[in-house]
Design a protein around this ligand. Structure first.
Ligand SMILES: Nc1nc2c(ncn2[C@@H]2O[C@H](COP(=O)(O)OP(=O)(O)O)[C@@H](O)[C@H]2O)c(=O)[nH]1
Ligand SMILES: [Mg+2]
Ligand SMILES: [Zn+2]
Length: 190
C-alpha cells in the first residue's frame, strides 16, 4: 500500500516553514515516498493530488484540521449526496461520525475520509518486524548480525551504523524508536 505525503495549506507557510518542508521533503523523497505540496485556499497543487485518486481506493489520514474533508468537498462537490458510512462494516449505526466514511468517486475509485487522529496504534506488528516498514531500514536488515535485530543496542547492527554515518536520517530513526516504544510500552517507555 503506497503512502503519499501531502503538505496542505502552503498558502500559510513562512520562510521557516518552507525550510522545514524542504528538510522533510528530502528525507521522504530519498526513501521513495511521493511528496506533494498543496493549498486548498489558493488552489495550487490540487490537481496533482486529485489525479492520484482515479481507480484507486485512497484513505486520507492526518491530524484533525489539516483539510481532509475540505479536499474531498472541493474536488468532488457532487459527492455529498452519495455518502456511504464505513462504520456499517463494524455493525455500528449509519451516522456515526467518529469513524471513517467512504465515497465512490465519479470517475472510478473510492476515497475514505477519516476523523482526526490523536495517535496511531499498530495492530499485529511485532517489534522485530517494524523495520520492514521503513524502506531504508528494510534494505539493510540482512546486514545486521542477528536476524531478529530490533536495531537498539545489538552488536553488529547495520541500521544503527547507517544512522551514525548519516545515511539513514536521524529523524526517521527517532520515529522508528517512538513507534517501537508504542508496541511495547513497558519496556521502551522513557
Ligand atoms: N489557509 C488554508 N486553510 C485551509 C486549507 N485547507 C483547509 N483549510 C481550512 O482548515 C480547516 C479544517 O479543514 P477540514 O477539512 O475540516 O480538516 P479535516 O479535519 O482534516 O477534515 C477549515 O477551516 C478549512 O477551511 C488551505 O489549504 N489553506
Ligand atoms: Mg474532516
Ligand atoms: Zn540491526
Amino acid at each position: 500500500m503506497p503512502a503519499i505525503i501531502v503538505f496542505n495549506k502552503s498558502d500559510l507557510y513562512k520562510q521557516k516553514d518552507l525550510e522545514k518542508l524542504e528538510h522533510l521533503r528530502s528525507i521522504y523523497e530519498k526513501n521513495s515516498y511521493t511528496v506533494l505540496i498543496m493549498s486548498l485556499e489558493d488552489l495550487t497543487g490540487v490537481e496533482d493530488v486529485r489525479s492520484l485518486l482515479k481507480n484507486k481506493t485512497t484513505l486520507l489520514s492526518g491530524h484533525s484540521g489539516v483539510g481532509k474533508s475540505t479536499f474531498i468537498n472541493l474536488v468532488f462537490p457532487e459527492l455529498s449526496l452519495k455518502t456511504q458510512d464505513v462504520s456499517g462494516w463494524s455493525g455500528k449505526g449509519l451516522h456515526t461520525t467518529t469513524f471513517a466514511e467512504m465515497f465512490d468517486l465519479p470517475g472510478g475509485g473510492k476515497i475514505i475520509d477519516t476523523p482526526g487522529l490523536r495517535e496511531f496504534a499498530l495492530l499485529d506488528i511485532e517489534k522485530n518486524e517494524l523495520s520492514h516498514y521503513f524502506p531504508e531500514m528494510k534494505a539493510l536488515i540482512t546486514n545486521c548480525r542477528f536476524n531478529n535485530c530490533i536495531h537498539i543496542d545489538e552488536p553488529g547492527c547495520a541500521v544503527k551504523k547507517s544512522v551514525a554515518e548519516g545515511k539513514i536520517a536521524e529523524d526517521r530513526y527517532i520515529s522508528y524508536l517512538n513507534i517501537l516504544g508504542s508496541i511495547d510500552e513497558n519496556k521502551w517507555a522513557t
